[in-house]
Design a protein around this ligand. Structure first.
Ligand code: NDP
Length: 496
């Protein structure tokens, strides 16, 4: 056993006993069954199919949810078209803004309810849903409410017009936040939408349907069709849509792009990532360790921009890895509704199996694994925060998106080598740089092929800041003024 291992094992035996601090779940009233939200009403699916949605931390069923079939998707698209043509596209932009402000305020008023439900259905720690997901979702509606009546100023001399009806497909890692990223700019730009949440996390989208009604948004402006990938595919194929916005895996994103080739539908894709988090020897190491932990263990690593490849300058490799391992022993894995929990449940059995398979491949290929001592609950889907050292760039754990709490550590000697290695990936969504030199940050940011580069921080989001990828991480931007553009038509036929 190396000196480092001996120290980390010794550190790992320290017990940190906290009293349980569970958030009360009675603020959430679950219905037994949820229909599809079409034309302002929750309706039973024409498909006649329902499925159970569960709490991944206990595998307990929470409710039954409708599986939308092609006929249901068609009804939702018609409702959205009707709402677009008969009112929404013509009302004064300042009126559209009022609805968005109203939605933002209701999200704030009902924030605890949303946070608890997000953690129940998705497995993420309440600390994150309460402090990140829900406030950011509200912030997106506030932000885009502000743009709704200023589009002429956002795009001077370009005569922006809404596209029409947008189909929006979102994943399970940030259910409410991704909904906000999609719906807020689309509505601000004057479009109507049909949104499909992920199969495993439909409940906050269905609670959002209630917010839409509370805000008295005209019927059909927002429609929500739940179901598995078949519902997503039916939406992609529907001829009545003007645009598809998709966030999810690169594989499904590529399939959607192939299906839409040659059609009139516009497309934006926000896909996977394998971000490099790069630590130079002049960085403040303790802060960097916090950024590394936040970069990969936030939301169980179910984050498209997760800092899943850590590049450490060789001269600080030993102390940094030692600090990181020590910090990992303090991470608390367990009940998502406990306010002390740092790492919650893995979103689904399928995702857990994918993580386990990739971790096995890392061990078989020769990487060294470290997992802090950790008691996992007996039921539910869990994975111990994991770090791999001795990783070669060719290993699958350094190449593929794991989408779990698993970090691969690699090293570099010079800034040029860091750039070369960081860019050696088919993805290009995000990156992090840790150094005390501003000039080095700018030098690195110029050369990293990533849509977002964080400096001396990680996983920072702001509605005013555009987000999106290069290469196989997708195209188009969400957030900021840029996030409005994919929902607007500037063509000459449209008067522009
Ligand atoms: P998917 O890409 O399958 O899911 C994203 C969304 O697309 C979901 O709403 C999904 O529905 C829907 N969908 C699935 N198939 C189709 C289709 N053929 N046409 C249209 N829509 C479809 O991601 P998974 O949930 O399967 O996760 C797989 C992997 O993808 C993860 O392990 C992770 O690596 C990556 N991922 C990346 C994300 C990102 O933000 N970049 C987000 C989620 C996953 P349904 O939920 O019913 O399958």
């Amino acid at each position: 056993m190396s000196e480092l291992d001996r120290q980390s094992t010794a550190i790992g035996t320290v017990e940190w006993d906290y009293a349980p601090a569970p958030e009360a779940r009675d603020i959430v009233t679950l219905q037994e069954r949820y229909g599809l939200f079409v034309g302002g009403e929750l309706v039973d699916p024409r498909s006649g199919e329902w499925f159970a949605t569960i709490d991944p931390s206990s595998e307990e069923p929470l409710a039954e949810v409708a599986q939308a079939g092609p006929e249901d998707v068609d009804l939702a698209v018609r409702a959205a078209r009707d709402a677009f043509t008969n009112g929404w596209s013509d009302i004064a932009p300042s009126e559209r803004a009022k609805y968005l402000f109203r939605i933002a305020r209701i999200l704030q008023e009902r924030s605890r309810e949303f946070a608890v439900l997000e953690s129940l259905n998705g497995g993420k720690p309440i600390r994150e849903s309460r402090d990140v997901d829900v406030p950011l979702a509200a912030a997106h509606f506030f932000y885009y409410a502000g743009w709704a009546d200023k589009l002429e100023y956002a795009f001077p001399n370009r005569r922006p017009r809404p596209l029409g009806v947008a189909g929006q497909i979102i994943p399970w890692n940030f259910p409410l936040l991704m909904l906000a990223w999609k719906i807020a700019p689309a509505l601000a730009a004057g479009n109507t939408v049909v949104l499909k949440p992920a199969e495993t996390t439909p409940l906050t989208a269905l609670l959002f349907a209630d917010v839409v009604r509370q805000a008295e948004l005209p019927a059909g402006v927002v429609n929500i069709v739940t179901g598995d990938g078949r519902a997503g595919a039916a939406l992609v194929d529907h001829p009545g849509l003007d645009k598809i916005a998709f966030t999810g895996s690169t594989e499904v994103g590529k399939a959607i792009q192939r299906r839409l080739a040659g059609t009139h539908k516009k497309l934006t894709l926000e896909l996977g990532g394998k971000a490099a988090n790069i630590v130079f020897d002049d960085a403040a190491l303790d802060q960097a360790v916090e950024g590394i932990v936040n970069g990969i263990y936030f939301n169980q690593g179910h984050v498209c921009c997760a800092g899943s490849r850590l590049f450490v300058q060789e001269s600080v490799y030993e102390p940094l890895v030692q600090k990181l391992k020590r910090r990992m022993t303090t991470l608390r894995v367990g009940d998502p509704l406990d306010k002390n929990t740092d790492v919650g449940a893995i979103n689904s059995r399928q995702q857990l199996e994918k993580i386990q398979e990739l971790v096995r491949s890392g061990e078989e290929e020769g990487a060294e694994i470290y997992q802090p001592p950790c008691r996992l609950p007996e039921k539910g889907y869990w994975f111990v925060p994991t770090v791999f050292t001795n990783v070669a760039q060719s290993y699958r754990i350094a190449q593929e998106e794991i989408f779990g709490p698993v970090l691969s550590v690699l090293t570099f000697r010079t800034p040029e080598e860091a750039i070369e290695k960081a860019n050696n990936t088919p993805y290009g969504l995000s990156a992090g740089v840790w150094t005390e030199k501003g000039s080095r940050i700018l030098w690195m940011a110029d050369r990293l092929r990533a849509g977002v580069v964080w400096a001396n921080t990680y996983n920072r989001f702001d509605p005013a800041s555009p987000f999106g990828g290069y290469k196989e991480s997708g195209f188009g931007r969400e957030g900021g003024r840029h996030g409005l553009e994919p929902y607007l038509d500037f063509t000459a036929e449209n008067g522009g």
